[in-house]
Write a protein of this length. Structure first.
Length: 162
């Protein structure tokens, strides 16, 4: 009888996501092209991490009791348009294991408090578009030449601009 009561207590106090998952996840931040600077801000707008791609960061999946976390990741690189990427956590499948195992306490208290009821993707891949103003304000080398100073090969590649 004692073993049965202990087993029953474990079933009703189980918290599947907390036992089988994490509340913080490693996320690989990648960009095309690589070498972009990034800053990560949480739901409250607080900057929590910065670096240069590619880089691995560890982020919390929850922002509080029964609150998933959402991050704004701003990527920037000279000559490219800034890109804002939104990273959101989603419900962890192990959270539903509480229903199957009868873990009411795990479902309503433990997993929501620890944040283990949510998960994050393992990577983000963001592309940066070339800036249309990439050459403004930058030094550009310009070479002026007369047609007589060009080789025959260079003359053959000339095009008329109208």
């Amino acid at each position: 009888m004692k073993i049965f009561l202990i087993a029953l207590a474990l079933v009703f106090t189980a918290s599947c996501a907390t036992i089988l998952s994490d509340s913080s996840y490693p996320v690989s931040v990648n960009s095309n092209p690589s070498g972009a600077n990034f800053t990560i801000s949480n739901r409250a707008g607080q900057e929590i991490q910065s670096g240069m791609t590619p880089e691995m960061v560890t982020l919390k999946a929850s922002s509080g009791y029964f609150k998933s976390e959402t991050y704004a990741i701003v990527l920037s690189k000279d000559g490219f348009e800034d890109n804002v990427y939104t990273l959101s956590s989603s419900l962890d499948g192990w959270y539903w294991g509480n229903i199957l195992l009868g873990g009411v306490i795990g479902m309503l208290i433990v997993d929501p408090l620890t944040g283990a009821m949510y998960k994050l993707p393992d990577r983000i891949d963001a592309s940066l578009a070339v800036s249309s103003t990439a050459t403004y304000g930058q030094d550009i080398d310009v070479l002026f030449a007369t047609i007589d100073s060009l080789s025959e090969d260079q003359k053959s590649r000339l095009e008329v601009i109208r």
